[in-house]
Design a protein around this ligand. Structure first.
Ligand SMILES: Nc1ncnc2c1ncn2[C@@H]1O[C@H](COP(=O)(O)OP(=O)(O)OP(=O)(O)O)[C@@H](O)[C@H]1O
Ligand SMILES: [Mg+2]
Length: 352
């Protein structure tokens, strides 16, 4: 009987995981409120369209698969609890809990001796005024939960109207971070199996536009000590939360040379899509291997790679990209090309 991987979530990460699983002869079952016709649902073996709090549907789903993973870190803890009582659940409760809240993940990092930007918990205007005063410089105010692609963030300078900023964010669970001047951003990615063995990918260097990842170049063109420090920090974080699956960690390389933790995601990460062509084992294949108990695959990079995201407004480039030699085009099957929506990506080899 073939192994079936359960995937919570219906987006492009679930889609690329399902494709990688299929290549290994594994079946997939996508569970999401909008599974039918979704990017992941289109390519999965089986779909369940149900809400994340439908306990009966969750139990049937968990009983129909061998292991479950989530393509997004904001899956409710209760959902994973129901599933985890029935089958192997990745990435694990502690990993989700930490990654779901910006203060929780930065507190975890700090406790492990991993430097982060200075940060303050902000629940109201008083907290914000005190934090801005203590910081005395440029800042970013972010919602602690549910942020992605730079959403739920606002930059602040001393003297700005703090009440207006807080009102625009519309949350009483926020974090104020010092604005880091950086030379670059990098991300690390590792896989960890149920026995605690770890396998790293080469790090990636990332460039954002309007808070959205625009381009990753890998292996990151940084000195080995920096890449190693990022991987060491990722290892410490993965072990601290007893992670099973993938852990991606984003860092700033500050202008003063310090490597600072930004955030972590216990799932496949946009900055490692280049591994589909750039490595014998992509991030999606590695996750499928961990979930199916197949052991780690080789993660060496075949040369240097560049990955560019295609947002809704970039879709007019598709005909040109289709005609371009050496370009690997991935489209996610999303019907509506909205502004800033991730519609696909392109990967190309830069050289040896
Ligand atoms: N404290 C900071 N100092 C300087 N730049 C920052 C800071 N926080 C965020 N940024 C910039 O904004 C980008 C997005 O921020 P962050 O990673 O916190 O948000 P996100 O919405 O969770 O993003 P994503 O889901 O795309 O990773 C960062 O990669 C970085 O370029
Ligand atoms: Mg980020």
């Amino acid at each position: 009987m073939s192994t079936t991987i359960g995937i919570l979530g219906s987006g492009q990460l679930g889609r690329m995981l399902a494709i990688a699983a299929a290549q290994l002869g594994l079946a997939t079952h996508v569970y999401a409120p909008d599974a039918d016709g979704s990017p992941a649902g289109q390519v999965a073996t089986t779909r369940t369209t149900a809400s994340y709090d439908d306990v009966g549907a969750l139990r049937r789903f968990a009983n129909s698969v061998d292991a479950v993973t989530s393509e997004f870190e904001n899956v409710p803890a209760a959902t994973m609890e129901v599933i985890g009582a029935i089958c192997m659940a990745s990435p694990g409760a502690a990993a989700l809990q930490a990654a779901q809240h910006r203060i929780a993940e930065k507190t975890l990092a700090t406790g492990l001796g991993i430097p982060t930007p200075r940060f303050w918990q902000v629940r109201n205007l008083d907290d914000l005024s005190l934090a801005m005063e203590a910081l005395g410089g440029e800042a970013i105010l972010k919602t602690c939960r549910m942020g992605y692609d730079g959403k739920g963030q606002i930059r602040l300078s001393p003297g700005d109207d703090l009440a207006a900023a807080l009102a625009s964010i519309d949350s009483d669970d926020t974090i104020l971070e010092e604005l880091i001047g950086f030379d670059g951003e990098i991300s690390a990615l590792l896989a960890r199996d149920a026995e605690g063995a770890i396998c790293h990918f080469p790090t990636a260097q990332n460039r954002h536009r309007n808070g959205i990842l625009a381009r990753s170049v890998a292996p990151a063109p940084v000195i080995p000590a920096v890449a190693e420090a990022a991987q060491t920090a990722a290892t410490a974080l993965a072990e601290a939360v007893n992670l099973v699956g993938l852990l991606a960690v984003e860092f700033f390389i500050a202008t003063d040379g310090r490597l600072l933790f930004n955030e972590m995601a216990p799932r496949p990460h946009n900055s490692f899509h280049w591994t589909i062509e750039g490595s014998a084992t992509s991030q999606f294949t590695q996750l499928a291997r961990v979930l199916a108990g197949l052991g780690f695959g080789d993660t060496t990079a075949y040369g240097r790679w560049q990955m560019d995201n295609l947002l809704g407004q970039d879709m007019d480039r598709v005909p040109e990209l289709l005609a371009q030699a050496g370009t690997h085009l991935h489209l996610y099957g999303k019907p509506e090309a909205r502004q800033d929506r991730k519609m696909g990506h392109v990967t190309s080899r830069l050289g040896d």
